[in-house]
Design a protein around this ligand. Sequence first.
Ligand SMILES: [Zn+2]
Length: 112
Amino acid sequence: MTAWTRRHCVCTEVRNLDYEEAAAALKIRADWLRDNIGKLPHIKFGQQPAVFCHCDLRLILAMHTAMPARAQEVLNAAAEQAAPIPAETPTAPAYQSARPAGARGRRAVAQV
Ligand SMILES: [Zn+2]
């Protein structure tokens, strides 16, 4: 397992859950997690039972979210309204307005 495979994980401290704790958090049976563990994000330490961090649980929720088409339309409309207005491209100040920066600038001119 490489760090790349855990890129969904934003945990800053280890607070892993075992099967029963993860099932309780998801309000499902632990047996369902055990039966489907090969298709679910989890953490595995050798022969020990799998554990889950809360990021794994969020990903499992996303994998198993039923989203009716009408609900998706409402979400898309809300996302369009919330889209940030593109910022104006910043422009550099005109060359004529540029001034040397304090003593350093004056020294640089004196060396010429
Ligand atoms: Zn995590």
